[in-house]
Design a protein around this ligand. Structure first.
Ligand SMILES: O=C(O)CCC(=O)C(=O)O
Length: 449
């Protein structure tokens, strides 16, 4: 996958709470087209891939000599509990913290988000059962190659998101295995509005449904094979979908818009979700340098300079997400890494930093469609998963939130994001083009001798 490509414009903070919150020109790629023109999606994708390559080529994996880990950027934690207290003032205060994170890291973690501990534990437990208890033939019967919509089981070597990762080394197989499904009215606590369409604008057809395939093309293990699996997925999905809608209202506020601004665009949203499994890697003996105390991790999960980087396997290659934003639940094993943009503290080079492990929280990251919609103001940040020796297995459940795939996307008001640089287009069209471009890149890579 690739990063999106847009140039930020200096716009005032419409919330007037963070006067210093300007867009950082260092963290987004340069404009991809001739002055005066708007880039085509293909130009955007090509520029995005160039940007990704250049970022990866110069990226640090350790702090520069003499720089303490605590001085490096990290992922902020936002308590969104107050946004549920019923007052607009509280929601605006949370929105202003979200704004700050979106302008800088593009990543933040949220606590007191309303998704129950039972729902989170339930879906992670089912992920473990799916990958360990379901027989290989049953998983293969749900292989994503049988699905035009990439739904179902994805073996670890079937796709890889970025052949450019690992700084020019030969492309590695990723360690991840996946199980993918998408939005269904039956999974939406609101029941939806009966108007869901797929990425290409087509209406899901009930004719395609079988005992293990639902109308929207989702594929599920038979109940007798994994009792309780579907129920646990439905519980978690319903809660995280409602949270995503709540968060998108906060995003609207964070852009100085009315909080209901996006409501009409999330009545039948795109919401692809995955169970991901990263197998444990055997521990290896490495010479560990004795570290200066001051360089130790300032946050949970940040003690990363342990000498295991070289032996680490690529779990999921460097990429950005395509939709509006992602809500990620993960087990407590680390592995997610974020490519922070160049800054003075990292010798003006991009630097990989581990995402903190904060149990009970969800990690949120801005994705490319929202970055594009906000003219690059909100950052869609490159990330990947590394499976380090001895770190144990990791499970995660990303939920990729998109507005209605058929929603007409008008430019956001200039007072919020400046003059629009991009052709307006539907979210489904955009995501489909990005997926097609990724597929092309992947195929080209596989054809290389
Ligand atoms: O597994 C994780 O922690 C991250 C997953 C991810 O980045 C993705 O699915 O896009």
């Amino acid at each position: 996958m690739a990063t999106s490509t847009m140039s930020p414009q200096p716009v005032p903070d419409p919330l007037s709470m963070h006067a210093a919150s300007g867009a950082s020109s260092s963290s987004v790629p340069p404009p991809p087209t001739a002055p005066g023109g708007t880039p085509s999606i293909l130009e955007e994708v090509a520029a995005a891939q160039r940007h990704l390559r250049s970022r990866l080529a110069g990226a640090l994996t350790k702090p520069p000599p003499g720089v303490a880990v605590a001085a490096l950027p990290s992922v902020p934690l936002i308590d969104i509990g107050p946004s549920f207290d019923g007052t607009l003032e509280s929601r605006k205060q949370v929105a202003s913290q979200i704004r700050e994170a979106c302008l800088t890291t593009g990543f933040f973690q949220i606590s007191n988000h309303g998704v129950s501990a039972a729902a989170m534990a339930g879906v992670l437990k089912q992920a473990e059962r799916f990958f360990h208890e379901l027989s290989e033939p049953k998983k293969q019967a749900m292989h994503i190659k049988h699905s035009a919509l990439f739904r179902g089981y994805e073996p670890h070597d079937y796709t890889y998101v970025n052949p450019d990762d690992m700084a020019g080394a030969a492309p590695q197989q990723e360690t991840k295995e996946g199980f993918n499904w998408g939005y269904e009215e039956a999974l939406d606590p609101t029941g939806g509005d009966g108007a869901y369409v797929e990425l290409d604008g087509s209406r899901p057809s009930a004719a395609g449904a079988t005992a293990t395939t639902t109308a929207n093309g989702n594929v599920w293990p038979a109940e007798e094979d994994l009792p309780g699996f579907h129920a646990a997925i439905a519980t978690y999905y319903g809660q995280v979908l409602q949270l995503a809608r709540h968060l998108f209202r906060l995003f609207a506020l964070s852009l100085g818009l009315d909080e209901t601004y996006f409501d009409g665009l999330m009545t039948h949203p795109g919401g692809i979700a995955r169970l991901l499994y990263y197998a444990a890697q055997p521990a290896v003996e490495v010479e560990v340098e004795v570290e200066d105390e001051s360089k130790k991790g300032a946050d949970e999960g940040e003690g990363d300079t342990d000498g295991h980087e070289e032996a680490a396997k690529l779990g999921l290659g460097a990429h950005t997400d395509y939709e509006c934003f992602t809500l990620l639940l993960s087990s407590t094993n680390p592995g997610l890494e974020i490519l922070f943009p160049p800054s003075a503290v990292s010798d003006n080079k991009p630097i990989w930093r581990p995402c903190p492990v904060r149990p009970g929280t969800l990690t949120v990251n801005v994705a490319d469609f929202l970055m594009r919609w906000t003219n690059g103001l909100y950052k869609s940040t490159i990330h990947r998963v590394m499976s380090k020796p001895g770190a144990g297995e990791r499970y995660s459940v990303p939920f990729f939130f998109s507005i209605n795939y058929d929603g007409e996307v008008a430019p956001l008001p200039e007072r919020s994001v400046g003059e629009s640089l991009f052709v307006p287009l539907k979210a489904g069209e955009y995501i489909l083009e990005r997926l097609k471009a990724t597929k092309l890149l992947e195929e080209r890579e596989k054809e290389k001798p």
